[in-house]
Design a protein around this ligand. Sequence first.
Ligand SMILES: [Zn+2]
Length: 318
Amino acid sequence: MCSRDSNGWLQDYEGIDVLYQKTLSKSVKLEGIGLHSGQMVRVELHPAPADSGVYFVVDGHVIKAACASVFDTTYATSLMGNGRVVRTVEHLLAALAGLGVDNVRIEVSGSEVPILDGSAWPFVKAMKDAGLNLQRSPRKYLKILKPVTVLEGDKSASLLPSPEPRITYRIDFAHPLLSDQHFSLGLEQESFEHELCQARTFGFLRDVEMLQKAGLAQGGSLDNAVVMDDERILNEEGLRYPDEFVRHKMMDAVGDLSLLGLPFIGHLVADKSGHKLNHRLVREVLSRPDSWILVEGGIAVGDAALGLGMATVGAAGE
Ligand SMILES: [Zn+2]
């Protein structure tokens, strides 16, 4: 017997949810300043058919949220397709991945996703208020079978086999508030909502002038970022989590890794990683189809029982 819970999952029997694809129940509009462009920009999120994935539409041209669309990872993740560009997609992509939204059409007015409060929370809230709709196609996952690691100097990012999605992240900036901060989290909708999605982007006052000369951070302010001078936080309201910085980097990674094209079942272990290294990891994983398989079907919620009842449907790229 099936019943539908408030998130739109189908519960087949007690404790077991069969995971199907999800889209929005209705369209959602968000508007605000673009962090890097400083322009007012708007995104409209629309329901999309099963298996259509996440895609942006700019001036009528489609840009797929996919690894192949990434063209810039300097201070943000930017995508290009059909001659059009959309910048700063990572927090919106994180919100979609965190809520398990598989299919959505994102109409963009301007060339950047609004930064809003600097976190994924406004996107999460808007989508939850609109409601999510279950679709009659099972979700597919990319399940990691062999470790894949990318390195850049003293930075690293790895995807390791794991029975459940997990992220372990460490940052170590040369700043008294940001040295050796680390956090590890099993990645589920609830943990994403409670532990990651409100963490804001951050920056240093000393970098602002340099960024703005480079044409970046034109829309940056204390309304959409945690800003620090050499010793302290300038935002009067302080932090949302004591370790908000590492949590923000984890949230960014959720967005960046969604460019694998499917949710992953594996353990992301990142040391001082950022958009650029995250993207290199995505490319490396996709270029090594022996390191993962596609799975689809039922998933047990809780007790780390992911993989239960799943059918292997073969590796992409074979
Ligand atoms: Zn970010």
